[in-house]
Design a protein around this ligand. Sequence first.
Ligand code: ADP
Ligand code: ZN
Length: 755
Amino acid sequence: MAAEVTKTKPILEVLDDEPPLTPDLVQLAGWLSERYLCTTAAAVQALLPSGMRAKASTTLRLADELPFVQPGSLEADLLQALYESPNKTKEQLIAERPEWRPILRAWVAAGILIESYRIKQGAQVKTITCLRCTLDATRFPAALEALGRAKKQKEVLAFLFDRDDAVPMKDVLSELSASSSTLKPLLEKGYIQKEEQEVLRDPYGIVHGQKEQPLPLTELQRAAYDQIAAAVDSRKPETFLLQGVTGSGKTEVYLQAIASCVAQGRQAIMLVPEISLTPQMVERFKKRFGDDVAVMHSRLSAGEKFDEWRRIRQGDVTIVVGARSAIFAPFHSIGLMIVDEEHEVSYKQDDHPKYLAREVAMYRARQHGATVVLGSATPALETRWWAHQGQIRRIEMSERVMGQRLPKVKVIDMRNELQEGNRSMFSTVLQKEMEKRLETGEQIILFLNRRGFATFVLCRSCGYVARCPECEIPLTFHKARGLEQLRCHYCGYAERMPNICPDCQGDHVRHFGTGTQRVEEELNRVFPEANVIRMDVDTTSGKGSHAVLLQRFRNQEAQILLGTQMIAKGLDFPNVTLVGVISADTSLFVPDFRAAERTFQLLTQVAGRAGRHQLPGEVVIQSYNPQHYAVQFAKKQEYENFFQHEIRVRHAVHNPPFRELTAFTSVNVNETEALRIARTVEDRLRILFQGRDDVIILGTSPAPLSRLQGKFRFNVVVKYVRFKQVGASIRTVYLEAAQEAQKAGGYLSIDVNAQ
Ligand code: ADP
Ligand code: ZN
């Protein structure tokens, strides 16, 4: 891949004493670009914290010899622009007038313009102002004398003289209740000096107090721990599936395995899904390992991310807890990588490079001789299959730590409710169970599966459905501070809720479906006494609001927690004894071969929220399709039986894990062009793979969201057995077609191992 370098630009300054990427990370970038068919540049960017991503710009300077230009020509305009704003970068000029691009190029070639290249670091190092005493012992008494009656100044000087290090100015002023006017004469006389010191932002703060001790392990936990610790010791790359029911104590196994890895002087990475990266989990790690832990996730500011990354790079910490991208932590000797809830979709990056965190973990394990643990109660079908095939080792923990029983699950057939005249969204059973909890003071979680189930707006007279003019997706009803709005969840388009139907002019426009807000309104109507906390994208958009709401529920300020996917996992509330699922069906009927798997996982995870402690738990699942196997196996919490059933379905239709899928998506504002490029991809794939029965090419079809932000999208999917045998051909097709797509004013994206 090393192309010969012919054009170079002068280096202006060296930004880092140490290169940000270690050799193994450079190698990883190469692998990312081959595996996920992205550019090396995109792969390298993925390895750096967003705060550090360099911004490049090119500055231009006119040489002495000026070009001859025709008055009024494009060239004349450009020359004037260069004179008037000499500080504009090449990029800014081109953005202003794209026609200038060829002229700029010609002038640079002719030596009329001189280019220099500048890379600016995104995030700045944060510094604070500190004070230091500059005097030695003999000059110090003399200085005190010279200050005479200026008591405050003498106090400050003595305070600083006693300290070996510089002290933050803020602390000096507050400790001595001094003002900055006190400092001025001291600075002028040169008794003290100011200096800037680098500080690291620590988003979670330091946890004080005694470190929490490891718990004595149960027999099952001990067996799991022994196997993992032995693999870490061996320094041979190995992957485990830790398949443990919710509450089986997987986290305690992780913590102790990490401790044993760290004790050998090696480092550990713990991945958790973004949404369950609650302060609870971070706290658990900080309590066990103190300041040895860095935290990485998308809600940190760029500066915070940059600082956490530096702490890792400098070797200040040995453990990272983080979301997906923490798998790139720049450690030099990794012993253990854990992927908790490994089946979660959030482990797949949705932007280039579209990597899958567990695959990256397994690659780094080979580089470092490390152990990977994939933990889940409901593993991804692929993972469970690889374990079945013997490629990874499976450890099972089928009992809950305290011997608590798995919760009792009832499935309610909602079709009967309707027949019996119950038009509420709560079945009679769910309503009764809720009443019981409200009386005894126990807590309730109500879960609303939101995939494709937002509240839409429909005219009861003519059937008109309000859609986004850009995306054609049904708009979602929102109500905030009395204002009724319709919003597009994909592009953000918003309009007022219409009173009159735009099609038939009738006044029967109503909103339908079950959004969290509707459930909340219904709760307020049925249980006016109960306090409800609602958690969804609307109530948790602010930084930290997620944590605040959960803490309030934990403090029992509310009896009911109502929410979407984001409350389904990772949370652990002792007082919750009832979990209600408003509708199990909504994720079953999406056009996705993983619909059954996702529904099963979601229902099982949700059910696992109930009865985790002394109190027994109950779960009520409402469904219009109660006989579906995903619902039935979830009711009985039978992962293994679900797996057996589902694996046969996958085998029959050549889906993962028997084949891997790669999806091309052609995007263009012009529908014909979008379609043409997709067809080109399809045709070329067919020619290249003619006669290969290990490869299946699905015909061009509109993407699941066929029109997004005013652009048309078409998909071509190719299924194959081994990427190694087809990767090079797919890359060729992709690179050629991507160029054509660009010429046509659109683009082509590719998702290798699409989830
Ligand atoms: P999982 O991650 O498998 O869902 P957790 O690790 O969260 O399970 O454990 C469930 C509960 O059991 C937690 O409250 C945890 O503190 C407790 N627990 C775990 N291991 C032990 C142990 N060995 N002894 C006592 N309590 C434990
Ligand atoms: Zn839209």
